[in-house]
Ligand binder design. Sequence first.
Ligand code: COS
Length: 386
Amino acid sequence: MSLDTESFELLLATVQRFIQERLVPAENTVEELDDVPADIVQDMKEMGLFGLSIPEEYGGIGLSMSQECQVAFELGQTALAFRSVFGTNVGIGSQGILMDGTEEQKRDYLPRVASGELIMSFALTEPDAGSDAAALKTRAERDGEFYVLNGVKRYITNAPRAGAFTLMARTDGAGAGGISSFIVPSDLAGISLGKPDKKMGQRGTKTCDVILENVRVPAANIIGGVPGQGFKTAMKVLDRGRLHVSALACGVAQRVLNESVAYARERKQFGQRIGDFQLVQAMLADSQAELYAGWTMVQDCAKRYDAKPAGKADPDVSMRASCAKMFCTEMVGRVADRGVQVHGGAGYINEYKVERFYRDVRLLRLYEGTTQIQQLIIGRELMRRD
Ligand code: COS
C-alpha cells in the first residue's frame, strides 16, 4: 500500500505549509490552553490526517510506512501535542483492527477512524504492567455472547477524547497467550476515566486512567474474533508505532537544530556571532551528524517494513524498528540538550521554545517501549539467531 508519488508530494507540501502557517504560530496557545484548539482539529480532519495510514478502501489516504515516516518527520517540527490528537488513529489505536481484525470490524470502524469522527486509543499499560506487558491483570470473563471486563488501564493517550479503545485484557490463564484485544466503545456502562495526568511536558496531549467495572463487551468485539491473539496484535502494533516515533524524534531534532543554528547566527558575544566559535559549531555538528544517522535508519527500516507482507511479524524488522526507536529517541534527547546549551541562559527561558522541546522529547524514550525494552528486544533477537 502506498500513495502515488505525485499525490504524496502534494500531501507533504500541504502538511509542511499547514505546520508553518497554522501549527507553529499556535504553539503558545496550546501550551497555555493545555489543549489543541477545535478549529485546528477540524482542519486536521479535512486534510485527512486522521486517516494517513488507513487504506483508501476504508476511507483513508493509504500511505506506506516510508511515506508515513516522512509525514511524521514534518509533524515533529512543531509541538508534539498536535500530532497526538490524531496519532492514535493513525497508529496504535487503529492498527490492531487493520492488521488482525475481521473484514466486518474493518468496515465498521476504519472509515470513522479515518475521517476523525471516531478517536481510537490504545489501552495496554496498567498500574502493575508497564514494560512487562504480558503481566496485565484486566480480566475479561465470558458470559454468553459477552465478556465482562474489570481492571484499570494507565497513562492512556487520548482516553479523554476516545470514542473507542483497542484494549488488551486477559481472557485466559497467565502469560502472553491468555491475552485478547477488544474493541471497546468508550460509552459502555461501567467505563470511567481517572483525573487528567499532569505531565512534565507535551502540554495539550491528554492522558488518564481508564477504569473498567463490569463492562459488558460483545464477544464479537474481540479483534479477529479469536481469543488469545491479543498480545501478538499489541506487539505488531508497537513495532510499527516505534518506527513512527523514531521519525517523529528526527523531526523534533531537525526543529531544535534549526532553532539552534538561527540563534547561533544571530547572537553575538566577544564581538562575533557565537556560531563562529568552534565550540558552538561542534555542538551543532554533533547534532547534525546524529540526526542524519537517525533519519537514515528510519528510512531504511521503513523500506524493509514496506517490503514484508502486510500485517505479518518479521523479527528482523521488529529488531531494526527497536534499533531506530532506541537510537532516534536517545539522539533527540542529546540534540535538545545541546539546543538548550547553544542558547545559553535563553535556553532555559520559555520564550525561546527549546526548553519546551527539551521537556517534550523526554517522553519519547519512555512510551511505546523504554530504551531498555528496545535493548532487550535487540539483544534477544541477536542471541536467538543461528
Ligand atoms: N510481533 C509478533 N509477535 C510477537 C512480537 C512481535 N514483535 N514480539 C513477541 N511476539 C510473540 C512471541 O513470538 C510470543 O509468541 P509465542 O508464545 O507464540 O512464541 C509471544 O508474543 C510472547 O512473546 P515474548 O515471550 O517475547 O513476551 P515477553 O513477555 O517476554 O515480552 C517484551 C516481550 C518485553 C518485548 C514486551 O513485553 C514489550 O514490548 N514490552 C514493552 C511494552 C510497551 O512497549 N509498552 C508501551 C505501552 S503502549 S504506549
